[in-house]
Structure formats: C-alpha cells, structure tokens
Design a protein around this ligand. Structure first.
Ligand code: ASP
Length: 311
C-alpha cells in the first residue's frame, strides 16, 4: 500500500442546522481551517516533524476566536478560561498534556514543552502555569480570552442551565519520515464547573498516536469519550482485531453506546496516511491535505471526499 504523508485537522463538531450557520460564518470557519491546515502542511512539506506540524495547525486555531481553544476558549461557570491540551508523538510514544491551565496563549505549545522538557506527562492548573512561565511561553491577561461571543454563550447557557461543548480543535499528521502525531486543544464546555477536565488531555481518550498503527484526535462529549477511551479504541481495534482505519473508526463510534451516552467525533490517520473523519453530530469542521493532492475541506456530512464515498 502506498504511504503518503499528510495532515488532517478538525475545528470541532456540533449539532447545528444549515440555517444556524450563516454563509459568512461558514466562510470564516473555512478560512480558519485552511489557514490551520496549511500551517501544518508547510512544515511537513519542508521535511519537518509530525509533532511540529500538528502543533502549528492547532496554534493557528488557538489564535482564531472562532474556535473553542486558546483565544476563543469557552468560559467556565465562574467566567474563567481553563484550557486542556495534549500532544502525542507516535514515534517515541511520549506525550505532553495540560489541564485547567489559564493565561497561556498556546496551550498546545505548553503540552509540547511538557512532552519535551518535563519528566511528567500531565500538568494542571497553577503548576502548569508556573511551568509555562519558567519555560518562557507567551502569557496573556485574562481579558485576552474573554471575547464578547464567549460571554454571550455563557450567559445563555446559564439561563438555560446547560453545559455544552463545541469547536474543540485537533490535528493528526504523518511526516515524510513515517512518524505519526496527534494534538488536541480545547476550552472545554461552556458553563462547565470550575476544575472540570474533559477527554482532550487524557492520553488514549481524546488524543492518541502510535507509529505502529494510527493517530487520533477527538471532539464531542468529553465525559463519554473518556469512559469509552475512544482514541485508544481506534488503535486497539486496528491492532488487535485487524480492522482497517475506516472499520475501526465506525466500531469505536458505536462501541458501548448502550451504556455510554454523548456524542463522539474524531479524526484519525493510519500509518500509511489514510484519513477518516468520523462524527455523529450534524456537522464537523474538517480538512486535510496529502502531499500535493488538492485540499479537502468539509463541514456537513455530504461534503464527502473521494475516499469517504462508499465503494
Ligand atoms: N471534548 C471537549 C471536552 O469535553 C469538548 C468538545 O470537543 O467540544 O472538553
């Protein structure tokens, strides 16, 4: 089978109908996805690593207030911005993650710094912030993260006494040396309890990469994804059951659905560069680019790429 380097990204999955997403908003999401995709793709094209490529793609979305990560991160019940992020290197199986951290401009870079410079895998809250400062990462005041849109979403969620997630971002990539990596970053749920941590920074739940098999990044109901261990499940179904990427993704989507509720959505790439976008929401913001192939960009389920069409 032909091995092709490439990158796939998501900007979250939501249950919105077409008339709830204006043309201009849709165009803004598409532009945001394209910018992020190309940031990662150029690194791969120049011979850079999958880890650097997924970090670059995620950083681009963390800069964009449209997405629920970094700048646009959702607000917790008390109005604070807490971030979760994770990055995993499929070559070394090293991982770095952070949870409930505040004021760090790029939580994904903090996760990568933890991977590279710390003896630990997961740093949370004040300790994570301290580590970020000690390592010279860019910090921002709380106001930087409080966009008008996010304040409005929090007020509405509090009126309805609801919590919900959307627009978490992630990337998976295969570099020219055949190394896989996965990265995910989120502001969590709108109106979540302070200190709540979702699936994103939990290795094997929201994020997983292993050169031997695949790389996965999830978005959706974090409580469900954590209990289903979705990212690692895709890996395990391929490794131990011999399924291909598409089959494993479909099975991981439905596994234990009778006992674990909540939507699971994820992107996955196998060791040959095949890509699957798997979601059960009404939309997933997604894109990918393999070597010099044209860019694929999709939002709605019917925005299928060639390889997604049924044989
Ligand atoms: N999975 C994220 C979390 O639970 C939210 C999301 O993907 O929308 O924190």
């Amino acid at each position: 089978m032909k091995k092709q380097w490439g990158i796939a990204i998501h900007g979250g999955a939501e249950n919105k109908s077409r008339n709830e997403l204006s043309d201009s908003k849709q165009a803004a999401y598409e532009q945001g996805l394209e910018n992020a995709l190309m940031a990662g793709w150029h690194i791969l094209n120049d011979g850079g690593s999958a880890v650097d490529a997924v970090e670059a793609a995620v950083r681009s979305m963390e800069n964009n207030p449209l997405f629920n990560a970094g700048r646009g991160g959702s607000l917790s019940k008390d109005g604070s911005n807490e971030f979760d992020a994770c990055i995993m290197d499929g070559k070394t199986m090293k991982a770095g993650a952070t949870a409930g951290v505040m004021r760090v401009k790029h939580p994904i870079t903090l996760a990568k710094t933890i991977l590279q410079k710390s003896e630990h895998v997961l740093l949370t809250g004040d300790g994570a912030e301290l580590f970020a400062r000690e390592n010279g990462l860019e910090m921002k005041p709380d106001e930087y993260f409080k966009t008008e849109q996010k304040e409005k979403e929090l007020q509405e969620a509090q009126k309805e006494e609801s919590t919900y997630g959307k627009d978490t971002v992630g990337a998976v990539a295969l570099d020219q040396k055949g190394n896989l990596a996965a990265a995910t970053s989120t502001g969590g749920l709108v109106n979540q309890y302070k200190g709540r941590v979702g699936d994103t920074p939990i290795i094997g739940s929201g994020t997983y990469a292993n050169n031997e098999v695949c790389a996965v990044s999830c978005t959706g109901d974090g409580e469900g994804i954590m209990r289903a261990n979705t990212a690692h499940e895709v890996y395990a179904l391929m490794k131990y059951k011999g399924l291909d990427l598409k089959e494993a993704s479909q099975e991981a989507l439905t596994l234990y659905k009778d006992r674990i509720e909540g939507d699971r959505n994820f992107i996955a790439m196998d060791k040959n560069g095949n890509v699957e976008f798997t979601f059960e929401t009404s939309l997933m913001f997604r894109a990918c680019k393999t070597q010099d192939e044209p860019t694929y960009l999709g939002i709605w389920p019917e925005d299928t790429a060639d390889w997604e069409k049924e044989d």
